[in-house]
Design a protein around this ligand. Sequence first.
Ligand code: PLP
Length: 448
Amino acid sequence: MNDRADTAVKATATDLEGSAFFMPYTANREFKKAPRMLERAEGMYYWTPEGRKILDGTAGLWCVNAGHCRPKIAEAIAAQAKKLDFAPSFQMGHPIAFEFAERLSAIAPKGVGRVFYTNSGSESADTALKFALAYHRARGEAGRFRLIGRERGYHGVNFGGMSVGGIVGNRKTFGTAMLPGVDHIRHTHDPVRNLMTHGQPAHGVEFAEDLERLVALHDASSIAAVIVEPVAGSTGVLIPPKGYLERLREICTRHGILLIFDEVITGFGRLGTPFAADYFGVKPDMITCAKGITNGTIPMGAVLISDEIYEAFMKGPDGMEFFHGYTYSGHPMACAAGIATLDVYAEEGLLTRAAELAKYWEDALWKLKASKHVMDLRVIGLVGGIELHPREGAPGKRAFEAFTKAFDKGVLIRVTSDTIAVSPPLIVEKAQIDQIVGTISEVLATVA
Ligand code: PLP
């Protein structure tokens, strides 16, 4: 057997050590020694190759909002694959991309409904940042080149998103390649004042004033945009303090700085409204989204743009208004998946279902208050963050152990550092919420 054939055999065997697949954001060697595999899915559940049923407590990766393998979405994708598999979107068009944009526009916050397609959350972040630069240039303010992010922000893995993001791992490894002209406001996490708060923390509106510090340092005339997640997901479910997003909006408006909400996880009903912008009643200038846009079925993202930004481009000189795009921007199969997804969301009221369940969800998660190791609970919409006291000298290990034990007990949760993050599909039933919380409670009782 030659080397290539050997690799092919290993990839299909249960023994994955030496497999060709370099897994993303994964401890490859550890995983391949003791894999956690998912082979099929339906509704709220995954099944492992051995036939174990796993309750999905994380909507895949915050994306399968309508539950798995929904027939309507699968059929739409299959039909589109047979009708028009691909068509270019550069100087050409296909009807379904225009149709989907109208549908997205109809659920977007009022006035933020112009749609530019990408293929992922990371691409959405970089696209929004490029829009900000090009917008100011189009208006004759090319001097606004600075991009402001926030500590503990996550905006994906591309160079723009990574630069405005505040993930230490990214900044340490790729620090030399960060974009110039980027700065950060401080994060909003304040455990001293806000530990164990129900809903939005009472303290911390003043953290928005940190933007004034950067304005004083760099001058507003050099700042193009600020990008924040309304609720930071990847760094441990950080809920904005009361009044914080409103204050950030005021400061941005006062200084002519664009405000971008990264709604890659909060978009499409996660908080009980179509977007977090609706939940908090704050209108950003752009919204980045992905994940739930196609229920996680086909990779896709989008940047939703305000009418003002759109009009500024359309008033420019004749010709191409925005020098940017991806081969797969508005891919027909992704658009078909997206339209079917929005149909399912509408038919089942999923964009607002989290609001109906929020109280039950919150009460259930707060039962963990008395569990061993629990330091903080942060719950909003259908999102829950359970922060554990870190194990002495081994940060992250305790939560990771809870994750593997929960998987063994048939529930998929997610961990980031020492925070367990749960965000089930929006079709979750109360009994399944009880199972998620009950399993977390059991595993916390057994992890050291
Ligand atoms: N932005 C936020 C807020 C995210 O949570 C994520 C992914 O989790 C991204 C961007 C990156 O999205 P993707 O992994 O689709 O590139």
